[in-house]
Design a binder for this molecule. Structure first.
Ligand code: BGC
Length: 279
């Protein structure tokens, strides 16, 4: 073996996001929580946004702070413009700026089509799509004001939209959720096209089935797990860390030329597994 080849840890800096300031929405549970912690582990200062569950958010803050970076929990409903504006103002005041937005907050309110109330439709669109729109808009204003700081990052800012395999896979009984994620895909691509000339990188991560409270029913019992695994060629249900690691990489300068892309992190769920033996 060539002894001059460096080990990967010498090539890829351990604290990939050193000196960057990140905001993760919906960061007190599931994917958002794991992502906020991973960003802190990568050296970023992190704002942990939550809408309910202050104690859990404070625990996440403590865990992040144990890495020797700054962290704080901010309450805000991402679907409310005044609250998003206030959250971003506070972050700029207390952290100085924002370099990475992870627009993660999302929810499901499932119902068959004709049973779905307008309130269920509207709530999911408000949080999952309008919430990302509002947070991206406020983050962009700050990215633009500050511009590129080469010591911190090659780009003026990164927006990572949390999408889902359901931006691609239709999902009966979840028309509000699937429509919101389809909307996230086109919003992400349009923002990426519009903002790339300003050195703002917009991308999305599309998780498959990840073990979190949002889909507990799908993995809680052995029977449910068996059914779910039929949809996952890679043969395991995802962990929140699978998504968190993808977000850290996408936010870092290692991915500086990645613009307007959706990174599917799904164990192959979008590979039409039914066709492995059928068709
Ligand atoms: C949903 C989960 C679901 C997964 C795969 C996610 O976007 O929130 O409930 O298990 O997609 O279908």
């Amino acid at each position: 073996m060539d002894s001059t080849v460096e080990a990967p840890q010498d090539v890829i800096p351990a604290r990939l996001l050193q000196g960057q300031k990140a905001l993760v929405t919906g960061a007190n549970s599931g994917i958002g929580k794991a992502t906020a912690i991973a960003l802190g582990g990568a050296g970023a200062d992190v704002v942990v946004n939550y809408v309910t569950g202050r104690e859990v958010a404070e625990k996440v803050v403590e865990e992040i702070a144990s890495f020797g970076v700054r962290a704080a929990a901010y309450e805000a409903d991402v679907s409310q413009e005044d609250q998003v504006v206030a959250m971003m103002d506070r972050m700029v005041q207390e952290f100085g700026t924002i370099d990475v937005l992870v627009a993660n907050a999302g929810m499901q309110r499932d119902a068959r089509f004709t049973e779905m109330t307008l309130a269920q439709w509207q709530k999911v669109l408000d949080v999952n799509l309008t919430g990302q729109f509002l947070c991206a808009q406020e983050a962009t204003k700050e990215f633009r004001r500050r511009g590129v700081v080469p010591e911190v990052s090659r780009s003026a800012g990164k927006i990572i939209c949390m999408s889902s395999v359901h931006q691609l896979i239709p999902w009966a009984g979840h028309v509000n959720y699937a429509s919101s994620k389809g909307g996230v895909q086109m919003m992400m691509q349009t923002l990426a096209q519009e903002l790339a000339p300003e050195k703002i990188r917009v991308n999305a991560v599309a998780p498959g089935a990840i073990k979190t409270p949002i889909n507990r029913e799908a993995w809680e019992t052995p029977e449910a797990q068996k059914d779910l695994l039929k949809l996952i060629p890679y043969g395991r249900i995802g962990d929140p860390d699978d998504i968190a690691n993808a977000v850290v990489a996408l936010a870092s300068d290692l991915m500086d030329y990645v613009v307007g892309t959706t990174l599917y992190v799904d164990g192959g769920m979008t590979l039409f597994p039914g066709f492995a033996t059928g068709g």
